[in-house]
Design a protein around this ligand. Structure first.
Ligand SMILES: Cc1cc2nc3c(=O)[nH]c(=O)nc-3n(C[C@H](O)[C@H](O)[C@H](O)COP(=O)(O)OP(=O)(O)OC[C@H]3O[C@@H](n4cnc5c(N)ncnc54)[C@H](O)[C@@H]3O)c2cc1C
Length: 541
């Protein structure tokens, strides 16, 4: 069953190896866990529902708790402490677009707030609605999970927007196709959630981001139904898909999604090579993307992430042998792991592999257990989030932040971002450990994804304060370097104060006008994307 207070299915438990605990002690000092609330104690605190009656509403406390938050660090603290800032008054589970329409019209009559809920995997505060005088109804799309139509000739599949990654891929695989959208949250996130948060999958190099895969669909808005036709291309004015992409549930509820799918590939392979250092690694991924060599994914870890990943992936005894191999190849502790994927027909993969190997070799790549480590990446590609649990139980908070920027801005950013974050709690004498990778690379620039770990405090409140300080430092460093406040996680409430720095005052007022056009009473997920205080302000808060 899905965990009520953490990530994923409770039958899967990740564990921290002894050497990982030793490493934590070395980096963060002694750590002490906080005690977790039980589901029953959280249920006991759930206030009486204020929701008016409707046959589609479920008002049971456990269901309301399970839909009260996403997976951001502050959401995590609410779940583990059982102390939610706000809990929806009811959850609806519509099964058709018609039922969503009915709920939306009913919401207008009853003057209630609506929060669309896909897989609940948001990491930027999309779902933890602040308390309001109006009742809040969460609309969970989970039951709208079927393949509704397949236009084989055009390779367009129409799905219910609440379909989760594995169910979507299974239904497509049954007819020989794939969407190829694999965010790390694949197990739980949904097609509708991907579209409205502008998600990016691990193999975006081949299949594109969700922007390229989303062909059209149906958005039920408080003002009416917006049908977006699927066209291969159009010069008929601004593209309406762009209004829905990144709308984060503020314009309406996406009920049906038309997606561009691809026949299943004949073969798929992953390899890992080691670059002598960060500079040569960046030059290599730049050369591959700018040379338009068609790989399906590329991920370049910096030296710190390389070290941590190897320690996590390779058993201690084998690691010393591996280190000898690195030495023989002239690789030092500055080495950076570069994992890449090849997908397509056998012939394409063979040609592309040769092109990639030649290019990477020119930049100093060394092969050490290349296929084995590539396979390890594939095997663990969706399992990383489960490590949050043993880390938490060991007294360690873990979170990530990400951005994208042009190559010219990325180099200076990379030089300072980890320094800023690791010093964020210096005044309190608290260590923070951070490492970074590039995983979505473009000819123009790249995403940069940083993971950080810090010791939890002796109370939930203090732990939240620690996280807020780090988050602020990270966000300000991103903005100061001209990066986007998010490459793939979206804006939510956590990033809303930084959006005006990116969009400008006029841009923000246009977004606000759009929201008022579709949602004149501002009942759709208020506070997400556009924070009232920051509209018109081009400086980050
Ligand atoms: C461990 C982990 C790993 C992650 N890895 C990635 C990654 O690799 N790439 C990536 O892009 N993201 C990643 N994310 C972030 C997250 O998975 C994405 O933002 C995802 O697209 C959210 O989809 P969801 O269905 O879970 O949406 P939810 O979290 O349920 O909702 C997110 C927002 O979308 C709105 N919404 C959801 N469905 C609809 C709908 N049908 N109509 C209108 N509004 C809707 C909600 O109101 C909310 O504002 C990760 C998150 C976690 C926890």
């Amino acid at each position: 069953m899905r965990r009520w207070n953490g990530w994923g299915d409770d039958t899967h438990q990740a564990e921290l190896a002894d050497f990982a605990k030793a490493l934590i002690a070395e980096l963060l000092g002694e750590t002490h866990p906080l005690s977790d609330a039980t589901l029953q104690s959280a249920i006991d605190r759930v206030p009486v529902s204020r929701a008016p009656d409707h046959p589609l509403l479920d008002k049971t406390p456990a269901t309301r708790i399970r839909h009260a938050s996403g997976q951001s660090f502050s959401d995590w603290l609410q779940m583990r402490s059982g102390m939610f800032e706000n809990i929806p008054d009811a959850v609806a589970f519509p099964e058709t677009s018609q039922q969503v329409r009915e709920l939306m019209d009913w919401a207008a009559q009853q003057d209630v707030i609506l929060v669309p809920y896909g897989g609940g995997t948001s990491v930027v505060g999309h779902l933890a609605c602040p308390a309001s005088e109006k009742p809040q109804i969460t609309i969970a799309l989970t039951r709208m999970n079927r393949l509704l139509d397949f236009d084989k000739e055009s390779q367009i599949a129409t799905f219910g927007a609440g379909v989760r990654g594995p169910d979507l891929e299974a239904q497509l695989a049954a007819i020989g196709y794939t969407l190829g959208h694999f965010p790390q949250s694949f197990e739980l996130s949904t097609a509708g959630g991907w579209v409205v948060t502008r998600s990016s999958g691990q193999q975006s190099l081949r299949y594109g981001r969700i922007e390229q895969l989303f062909a059209g669909g149906t958005l039920e808005t408080p003002k009416g139904t917006l049908e977006i036709p699927s066209l291969p291309a159009s010069s008929a004015g601004p593209d309406l898909r762009e209004m829905v992409l990144g709308s984060e549930g503020t314009l309406g509820i996406l009920t049906e999604v038309k997606l561009r799918v691809t026949p299943l590939a004949e073969t798929e392979q992953f390899y890992t090579v080691f670059m002598p250092d960060w500079e040569s690694g960046v030059a290599a991924v730049q050369a591959v993307t700018q040379g338009r060599i068609p790989l399906s994914m590329m991920r370049l870890s910096n030296a710190t992430e390389t070290d941590v990943s190897l320690k996590l992936a390779v058993p201690e005894k084998k690691l010393s042998k591996l280190n000898m191999l690195f030495k023989l190849k002239g690789l030092t502790d500055q080495k950076c792991m570069l994992t890449f994927g090849l997908t397509g027909s056998k012939k394409q993969v063979s040609v592309n592999q040769k092109l990639a190997n030649t290019c990477l070799k020119q930049h100093g790549a060394k092969r050490v257990l290349s296929k084995m480590l590539g396979d390890k990446w594939k095997e663990g590609r969706f399992k990383g989030p489960y490590l949050r649990h043993p880390l938490w139980e060991h007294g360690v908070g873990v979170d990530t932040f990400e951005t994208a920027m042009d190559w010219s801005a990325l180099r200076p950013y990379i030089n300072v971002v980890e320094q800023s974050v690791t010093k964020a709690l210096k005044e309190q004498g608290i260590p923070v450990f951070a490492f970074t990778h590039l995983s979505h690379v473009y000819p123009q620039g790249s995403s940069a994804y940083t993971t950080y770990l810090f010791p939890v405090a002796s109370t939930y409140e203090e732990t939240l304060e620690r996280w807020k300080i780090i988050k602020k430092v990270a966000s300000e460093t991103v903005v100061a370097h001209g990066g986007t406040i998010s490459h793939q996680h979206g804006v939510g409430r956590d990033h809303a104060p930084y959006l005006p720095a990116e969009k400008g005052a006029l841009g923000m007022s246009a977004l606000k006008a759009l929201s008022h056009n579709f949602d004149p009473d501002q009942r759709m997920n208020p506070g997400v994307l556009i924070s009232e205080e920051t509209v018109g302000n081009t400086e980050p808060a």
